[in-house]
Ligand binder design. Structure first.
Ligand code: HEM
Length: 490
């Protein structure tokens, strides 16, 4: 009997051992079998697949082409950086939302580090996800997503209307260079809204606008040096210039925007604006002063995005007299020509909102690349920790499969049964925990400015001016389009 007990015990131990070995073998087999994203075979020494992005008007067109050849998730080696290109709504949503917490870091390009005092974590848009970023985003919400009928919304409404009406007074001699005018109007709105500071034509204010515009242009460019850092010395001069520009911005923010607000801050009073809210957080030590300063600059810098965007929007509109007429008919019918447009009119002026969406669609600016903070998967393919992820938003905005005549400027596609309609696959502001913090302001400010200009003016082309709006980036160079603005008859 004792022998048979021993045998039984031995058999059990042996069985357990066999099962354990089998499980570990199965696991190792499984991880070896994980599918890696397909990748183009021609990978050159040093540059890897960078050569495949060459020769396209918009670099993201290359991603669409790669998607067609290799599938919706494509692995690329761009110089020294391991990347993945993600196409199609389902996979893009999976990256941004379903598995958003796996892909909430941003690339660590040398250029970003240099732009933000050697530490990209100073930047709202280029930092990795962190507790500090959560605090920064939560703090911003009340000001970037003001809810209708709140005090913040009322005051925003008032100042958009006032700044826009004052801007219209400046529409003097034609042809007009609209970009600096829009940038100034947006900068005034942003500084009033976030910091309760009012500027007009002061020289240092105008210089600040140019400086922000220069930084905005720079961060919207793609460089081979991002993937081949040894090329950075080629950009030495530009980086030096940008250093000067960013220190000038810092000086303006310190001297003219913050002034004595830090000293006179009273913790017993409700925060009057975003700047006071930042100061409150610094005093409570939930963020440090350096972080607060960068967060303030980044958000004020949002005016460059709206100013550049509006200039591009008018670059489309100038060749679309029928769209202009439709906007004007809608305004004449609901608001008339006397009362200035208010953001409370948005529900009645759906076609203006649709025009803003249509320009955003046509511009198709990229979603800021993400980085995998852990090994995860997209579309069933394994994505290794540290991989840079490009989300092909250009394809979502311009695909023939999703839009009828995608090359045509047609705001009607965003109107359904008299209401603004936003298809699920329209994702110009990204999504998930790193989604754009400024999209509501883009909509509100653009609505106010576009509506007011259209209420009062027809926009016509200047003879021999070419209005070719470059897609794939919001940023415009310094010399942009000129326009003829003809006062409408009362
Ligand atoms: C037409 C204009 C704009 C477009 C198309 C746009 C688009 C985007 C996109 C695609 C992202 C990345 C989202 C993601 O990764 O999922 C982003 C991030 C961001 N945007 Fe915008 N944006 C615009 C204007 C603005 C403005 C005016 C502001 C500021 C008021 C702003 C503030 C931000 C910030 C702070 C982030 C980073 C958020 C984070 O990483 O946590 N944006 N934007």
């Amino acid at each position: 009997m004792p022998i048979s007990i021993l045998t039984t015990i031995l058999i059990i131990i042996l069985t357990l051992l066999i099962v354990a070995v089998a499980i570990s073998y199965y696991k190792s087999q499984k991880s070896e079998c994980v599918l890696k994203p397909p990748s183009p075979w021609l990978k050159l020494p040093l540059i890897g697949h960078l050569h495949l992005l060459h020769g396209y008007e918009v670099p993201y067109q290359a991603f669409t082409e790669l998607g067609r050849k290799y599938g919706n998730v494509v692995g690329l080696q761009l110089g020294q950086v391991k990347c993945v290109v993600v196409n199609e709504q389902k996979n893009i949503r999976e990256t941004l939302v379903t598995r958003g917490s796996h892909f909430d870091y941003r690339p660590n390009f040398e250029r970003y580090r240099r732009l933000f005092s050697g530490n990209k974590e100073n930047s709202l848009a280029f930092c990795d996800w962190s507790k500090t970023q959560k605090i920064r985003r939560d703090m911003l919400k009340a000001y970037t997503f003001p809810r209708a009928f709140t005090n913040n919304y009322h005051s925003l409404d008032e100042l958009i209307t006032n700044c826009t009406q004052e801007m219209l007074q400046e529409f003097g001699e034609n042809p007009l260079d609209l970009k600096p005018i829009f940038l100034r109007c947006c900068a005034r709105i942003f500084l009033l809204h976030f910091c309760s500071r009012n500027f007009h034509m002061e020289a240092d204010f105008l210089r600040m606008i140019n400086n922000f515009d220069e930084v905005f242009f720079e961060v919207n460019q793609g460089y081979a040096a991002d993937f081949l850092p040894f090329l950075m010395p080629l950009h030495k001069k530009k980086m030096q210039k940008l250093n000067e520009v960013t220190s000038e911005i810092r000086q303006f923010i310190n001297d003219r925007v913050i002034g004595d607000k830090f000293q006179v801050y009273n913790p017993d009073l409700e925060h009057g604006d975003y700047l006071e809210s930042l100061i409150g957080h610094v005093k409570k030590e939930s963020i440090d002063w350096e972080t607060a300063l960068f967060a303030l600059e980044d958000i004020i810098g949002g005016h460059s995005a709206v100013g550049n965007f509006l200039t591009k929007l008018f670059g489309y509109l100038v060749n679309e007299p029928e769209v202009q007429k439709k906007i004007q008919d809608e305004i004449d019918l609901t608001i008339g020509k006397e009362r200035p447009i208010s953001i409370y009119d948005r529900n009645q002026l759906v076609y203006i909102e649709a025009t803003v969406f249509e320009a955003i669609r046509m511009i198709s600016s990229p979603i800021v690349p993400r980085v995998a903070n852990q090994t995860s998967s997209i579309g069933g393919y394994q994505i290794e920790k540290g991989t840079v992820i490009f989300l092909n938003n250009y394809n979502l905005s311009m695909s023939n499969d999703l839009w009828e005549n995608p090359e045509k400027f047609c705001p009607e596609r965003f109107v359904k049964n008299g209401k603004l309609y936003k298809p699920d696959y329209f994702l110009p502001f990204g999504g998930g925990r790193r989604s754009c913090m400024g999209y509501k302001l883009v909509q509100l400010v653009s609505f106010g400015i576009l509506g007011s200009v259209m209420q009062n003016f027809d926009v016509k082309p200047v003879k021999n001016e070419r209005y070719q709006v470059q897609a794939g980036s919001l940023a415009l160079g310094k010399d942009s389009f000129k326009f003829m603005l003809e006062q409408r008859k009362r």
